[in-house]
Each structure stands twice: as C-alpha cells, then as structure tokens.
Design a protein around this ligand. Structure first.
Ligand code: CTP
Ligand code: MG
Length: 205
C-alpha cells in the first residue's frame, strides 16, 4: 500500500496580503512545517506551488509542480504527479503548519476502514448568524480542516470534469462518495490573516 500527500501551496494569500506560505515560522517557513508532517506520514509528497516558484528547490518535497488559479485546480495539478499505484492520498494545506499529534493517523484509519474521504473537523465556538439575517445553530455545523484523506480512486474520480470546491471531501461527496469525519484539532489552524501567523508562532516553538 502506497500513501502520498499533496501539499497545496499555490495560493496568492490575498486575505493575508502576501504569500503567507513562504513566511518564516519557528526557524523554518510556514510550508516547511506542513511538508515535514506530510513526509512523516507518507511515502512521497507532491508540493504544489505558484507557477513562478516551480523552479525553486524544495528538499522536503518528492516532486514540485506548478499550481492553478483555484485551490481545486492546484489539487488537480498535484494529483497528476501522484504515482498511479498510490492507494491512499492525503491533501493538506501548506497554510496549516502547526503539528498536532494523531490527526494524520485518525484520517488514515478512516480511509483504511473503508471511507472514500475522511475529514478532520472541530466544533465552532462562536455563535453564528446568516449574513442575510437569522441565527444558525452552531451545534449543527463544524469547521473542516486538512489533512483530508482519500481512497485514491475516489479522489481522482471526484476531480473528473474539473469541479470547484473549497475542499476535496465536498467534491467526493458531490460525486456520491462516502465521507467520514474524525476529530480535528483546534491547534491545527489555517493561516488566513496576519493574526493567524501570530497564533501559529505561539504553537510552533
Ligand atoms: N492554494 C493553492 N492554489 C490556489 C489557491 C490556494 O494551492 N490557487 C492553497 C494555498 O496556498 C493554501 C491552501 O490552498 O495553502 C488554502 O487556501 P487559502 O488559505 O485560501 O490560501 P490563499 O488562496 O493563498 O489565500 P486567499 O484565499 O486569501 O487568497
Ligand atoms: Mg484561497
């Protein structure tokens, strides 16, 4: 059984104000933390970077490929570089650098257990309100993280036809696949704005 990870780092960091994945964090770069975690849990790691960065050497990655204009397109670019004999594929955001114990193992166990897609989730602590008005019961929703894990064939077929989504499990679900949730971790935050990098600095020392 061969397990690969696609680490997506092809974004432009519009909300952050720059390419957050290349900023320094705890003696390395943000993306290095994600690559290290992927390398510890997989046989190979495909790193997806912005097209103009595809020539740069990335020793923590097995393969480096240029990304696309959307996250889903970047995942597809990575998927094309995953060996065809991979049976389990993880997709992980380079913008989630904080190492947390157990998440990769829980996700992998879900895939081995027969899920098409496995998603780490955390409860939402804020109360929620629809933009157009009206409360949303937070007990009925969870926040979705990465690494997400997939039966390789389920991920490949979910991406047929180049669909768009903010994560991959939702594409697998839309394609009729079986999605299982496991516990994520609150420390596994995604760096979206500069305050998130400050939070990550407290957790990556
Ligand atoms: N990503 C990618 N290719 C894209 C867009 C996003 O590989 N075309 C990656 C990002 O680099 C990041 C992950 O997907 O690691 C999650 O995306 P997000 O946090 O939204 O990052 P950005 O798209 O870079 O940020 P923004 O949406 O604020 O522009
Ligand atoms: Mg984005």
């Amino acid at each position: 059984m061969s397990t690969w990870a696609i680490v997506v780092a092809g974004g432009s960091g519009e909300r952050f104000g720059q390419r957050k994945q290349y900023l320094p964090l705890g003696g390395a770069r943000v993306l290095d933390w994600a690559l290290r975690a992927a390398g510890q849990h997989c046989d190979g790691v495909v790193l997806v970077v912005p097209a103009d960065a595809a020539g740069e050497s990335e020793p923590l990655a097995t393969t480096v490929v240029p990304g696309g204009t959307t996250r889903s397109a970047s995942v597809r670019a990575g998927l094309a570089a995953v060996p065809s004999d991979a049976t389990v594929i993880f997709v992980h955001d380079a913008a989630r650098p904080v190492p947390v114990p157990g998440v990769w193992e829980r996700v992998r166990a879900g895939v081995i257990g027969g899920a098409d897609a496995v998603v780490p989730v955390v409860p939402i602590s804020d109360s929620l309100r629809a933009v157009g008005g009206g409360a949303i019961d937070r007990a009925g929703v969870v926040a979705v993280q990465t690494p997400q894990g997939f039966r390789a064939e389920a991920l490949r077929s979910a991406h047929h036809g180049a669909p768009e989504g903010t994560d991959d499990a939702s594409l697998v679900e839309a394609a009729g696949g079986r999605v299982v949730v496991v516990d994520g971790d609150e420390r596994n935050l995604k760096i979206t704005t500069p305050i998130d990098l400050e939070r990550a600095e407290l957790l990556c020392r």
